[in-house]
Design a binder for this molecule. Structure first.
Ligand code: BES
Ligand code: ZN
Length: 462
C-alpha cells in the first residue's frame, strides 16, 4: 500500500470535517441511556442510526437483537492475505444526572472552546465514530480497504455487557480476527497520545440492611435497637483500613505485584500531580500507602462506595431510627484477582460483621477481571506508527483504572491482540456533567484510524 493512497484518504477526511462533526452531533442527540428503561426507544434509535450509517457506507450490516439492548454488527469485504481487524465500541451512554450541573443540556451537543459537549461525546460515541469515519474516508477514494474491518458496537457497555458476553460465546467464527481495536480510553495528557496496555477489572455490589420492621422514634428506641444506618457505616468502614488496605480476607492473595521496571516506566511518564489536584480542586490525595498516584490508579485495587442511602434526607430534622439502609459499592481489581473468589470471601466477612437485629441482602452485579496485555505484539507497533501519523507524536504506553468488561473476554475467546487506542482526555468528564470531546482529537483520531488500516495491513507483508 503506498502512502499516496493514504494521503488521499486523509485529504478526504480533512475536507469532510464539518460533515463528520454534524454526523457525530446527530448521534449525540439521541439519549441512548442503557441503565434506565425509560430510554429504551432511544437505545433502539441509536442502534438504527448506526445500522443506517453503516448501510450507507456499503458495509454488510446487521441489527442483532438480544434479551437486552441490540448489538450492531457490520463488516467490509474480506481481503486475502491481510489481517482482520474487529472494532469494538458502544453506543450506550451513562445517565446524564445531575442535570442542573450541565452548562448546556446533555443531549443538545454544543461546541465551546473547540470541545463538543454532550453525554457520550468521548464515552464512547465520538471515539467509536472515528473508526467509522476513517472507513468512510477509505471507501470514498474509490479503493478497497487494505484489510477487512468488522464493527461490533453494543448498547450495554455501561451496564456490564451481559448479552454481548453470550453473543461472543456463540459467534467466535463470525468475529474471528487478528486484532481488536477499541477507542474507549484516554490519552495520557494533552498532546501526549497513549496506547493502553492494561485496564482494571471490577466487582460491584449492592448491600441492603434491614433492622426493625418500621421506622422508629430515635428517642424511644435509640441505644437499644440496632440502627441499620449505623450498622452500614461500621460495615463499610471495616472494609478498608486507614492505610488504604482493603480488609476482605485473601483480597490481595492474587494481586500481581508491579515489577521494578513497570514502576520505573510509570515514574518516567510526565505526570503532574499538582495539576491533577488543581483540576479536581482537592488539597491532598489518599490511597494505599507505599504507592504513587499512578500506581494506585492503574496497578493497585481500590474500594469505593458509589452510593448510600437510608434515613431522613428532607428539610429540617427528623429524630428517626430508620428501618432500612443500603449502599452500592465496588472494588476495582487488578490481575490476577478473581472476582468470584473475592465475592465469596466478602460475603463471609459481611455476615460476620452483622450486628444483632440486622438482616443483610448482598446483590452482585458487574464482574470483570483486570487485564494487562503484552507489549510485544506487531499490531501494537503498527498502532503506534498510526498514532504518530494522526497525532504527530509517538504514543506512550500506559495502564488505566477504568474497566471495559468485554475486553478480557475478547482476548480469551477470540485469541486476538487487543489495541486500546484512546483519543479522550482525563478531564473529558466521562460519567460526569459536562462530558466533552475535543474536536481536534476527533479528527486526529480519524486520521490515526485511517493510517491504522494501512499499517495493520502492512504487518502481513513485512
Ligand atoms: N470508557 C469507559 C472505561 C474507561 C474510561 C477506561 C477511561 C479507561 C479510561 C467505560 O465506558 C466505562 O465507564 N466502563 C465502566 C464499566 C462498568 C460499568 C462495568 C467503568 O469502568 O465504570
Ligand atoms: Zn466507554
Amino acid at each position: 500500500m503506498t502512502f499516496s493512497c493514504l494521503d488521499q484518504v486523509l485529504e478526504f477526511a480533512e475536507q469532510s470535517q464539518d460533515r463528520f462533526e454534524a454526523d457525530l452531533a446527530e448521534l449525540l442527540r439521541i439519549p441512548s441511556v442503557s441503565a434506565d428503561p425509560k430510554f429504551r426507544n432511544d437505545i433502539r434509535k441509536a442502534a438504527d442510526w448506526l445500522v443506517e450509517h453503516f448501510g450507507k457506507l456499503g458495509l454488510k450490516t446487521e441489527l442483532i437483537q438480544t434479551a437486552g439492548h441490540p448489538i450492531v454488527y457490520a463488516e467490509s469485504p474480506p481481503v486475502p492475505d491481510a489481517p482482520v481487524a474487529l472494532v469494538y465500541g458502544h453506543y450506550d451512554v451513562q445517565p446524564p444526572d445531575p442535570l442542573d450541573l450541565w452548562i448546556s443540556p446533555p443531549f443538545e451537543p454544543t461546541v465551546r472552546d473547540g470541545n463538543l459537549y454532550a453525554r457520550g461525546a468521548t464515552d464512547d460515541k465520538g471515539q467509536m465514530l472515528t473508526h467509522v469515519k476513517s472507513v468512510e474516508s477509505w471507501l470514498a477514494t474509490g479503493k478497497q480497504l487494505p484489510l477487512q474491518v468488522k464493527f461490533l458496537i453494543e448498547g450495554e457497555e455501561e451496564v456490564g455487557s451481559e448479552h454481548l458476553e453470550n453473543f461472543l460465546s456463540g459467534n467466535a467464527d463470525k468475529l474471528a480476527c487478528d486484532c481488536v481495536v477499541v477507542s474507549d480510553t484516554s490519552q495520557f495528557a494533552r498532546g501526549v497520545p497513549a496506547i493502553t496496555y492494561g485496564l482494571r477489572g471490577i466487582a460491584y455490589y449492592e448491600i441492603r440492611l434491614t433492622g426493625p420492621n418500621r421506622d422508629l422514634h430515635s428517642g424511644v428506641f435509640g441505644g437499644a435497637v440496632t440502627n441499620p444506618v449505623n450498622a452500614l457505616n461500621r460495615i463499610l468502614a471495616a472494609l478498608i483500613d486507614e492505610t488504604g488496605r482493603i480488609q476482605v480476607p485473601g483480597f490481595y492473595d492474587d494481586v500481581a505485584p508491579l515489577s521494578e521496571q513497570e514502576q520505573a516506566e510509570f515514574r518516567a511518564l510526565p505526570f503532574d500531580e499538582a495539576a491533577f489536584q488543581r483540576d479536581l480542586d482537592v488539597e491532598g490525595l489518599t490511597g494505599e500507602s507505599g504507592f504513587t498516584t499512578l500506581e494506585r490508579r492503574w496497578g493497585r485495587p481500590s474500594f469505593d462506595v458509589n452510593g448510600i442511602w437510608g434515613g431522613y434526607q428532607g428539610e429540617g430534622e427528623k429524630t428517626v431510627l430508620p428501618g432500612k439502609a443500603a449502599a452500592k459499592f465496588s472494588f476495582r481489581l487488578v490481575p490476577d484477582q478473581d472476582p468470584d473468589a473475592i465475592t465469596a470471601s466478602l460475603r463471609e466477612m459481611l455476615q460476620r460483621l452483622l450486628p444483632p437485629g440486622i438482616r443483610m441482602e448482598l446483590i452482585e452485579s458487574h464482574r470483570a477481571p483486570g487485564i494487562v496485555f503484552p507489549l510485544e505484539s506487531v499490531y501494537l507497533q503498527a498502532a503506534a506508527e498510526a498514532i504518530e501519523q494522526g497525532f504527530g507524536r509517538r504514543p506512550v504506553f500506559i495502564r488505566e483504572g477504568g474497566s471495559i468488561p468485554i475486553v478480557s473476554t475478547f482476548a480469551r475467546r477470540l485469541g486476538a491482540d487487543v489495541l486500546l487506542l484512546g483519543w479522550g482526555q482525563n478531564d473529558d468528564n466521562l460519567h460526569s456533567p459536562n462530558e466533552k470531546f475535543s474536536l481536534a482529537d476527533f479528527h486526529r483520531g480519524i486520521a490515526a484510524s485511517a493510517a491504522l488500516w494501512d499499517r495493520l495491513a502492512a504487518v502481513c507483508h513485512e
